[in-house]
Design a protein around this ligand. Sequence first.
Ligand code: ADP
Ligand code: F6P
Length: 320
Amino acid sequence: MINKIGILTSGGDAPGMNACIRDVTRYAIQKGLAVEGIVRGYEGLLSHETMPLDRRAVGAIIHRGGTLLRTARCLDFIKKDVQQKAAEYLRTLEIDALVVVGGDGSMKGAQGLSRFGIPTVTIPGTIDNDMMGTQYTIGFDTSVNTVLESVNKIRDTAFSHDRVAVVEVMGRHAGWIALHSGMASGAEAVLIPEHPVDLKSLCEHLEESHRMKKMSSIVIVAEGAAKGSDVVDYIREHTYLSPNLTVLGYVQRGGSPSALDGIMAGLYSQKAVDSLLAGNYNCVIGLIDSKVVATPYTEADKFHFSIDENMFDLVHMLGR
Ligand code: ADP
Ligand code: F6P
């Protein structure tokens, strides 16, 4: 029987994590549970940093980026003996189950804890949108909108100076942010880790556009596909065009969550608590075919969603 749950945020912060902390806390309290916040992700389970959460403790955070509970990358947590100690600590706090908000790595940590007898559920929270078991991760929409806003501004300068603006965005292993922001902003090209990077054809594409009187272009590069600076150097060396670089960096992880991220945080939080109460443990919450579902960790890899190839082709077709 579950009387008390813990919640932690882990991995890279994402807009909407605070909304999850608020929504899980308030929904769980409504269902008669007590809630304890674990500070700094798995690190807090080792350093014993926790804070009780009640309705008021999570007030006025729904619109804030980052995470009230802080987050961390705790490399030691891959070790089984460390996971066992963390599970024992949770038991001393009389925490019966844990909600983890984070990406794929955080989910593996949650799975580790579940092997030592702590029921867990993972809510997908990462701007990268690259998790198994879901088509949507909290933070992605906000991040894409942040990139869109920046690219719209960068385009003003690119247009005025007849330049090729290369914009490097986040995504070490996945091109979701690059592709979706490229589509939304009308980029001429996107480079993503899911496709081999061919700088020679990129240059041909840009020169062809230029010959068609397109005097400026936007190229969005996911950090996992190429370094923006290498792309700029290549274009400068191999064309007559005038490229420049903007690396967007951490602006993409901060800021108020978009409406979509706020809404998904609420729906995922409800499903997470309901799953625990129904004894449906050790699963990842996610959106699959427009339904909020809970998939066992052991089956999550059957639901691996790749980028939309049609969208990739369309960006390049329209950006001529
Ligand atoms: P994300 O959760 O966004 O994918 P990371 O990959 O950095 O971010 O993972 C966050 C944290 O999850 C790590 O710092 C570590 O504490 C934990 N973690 C990652 N991989 C594993 C693993 N294989 N086993 C146990 N814990 C892990
Ligand atoms: O949050 C996801 C992400 O931004 C990735 O796109 C990136 O590879 C990574 O986190 C970088 O995070 P940090 O600088 O905190 O290691």
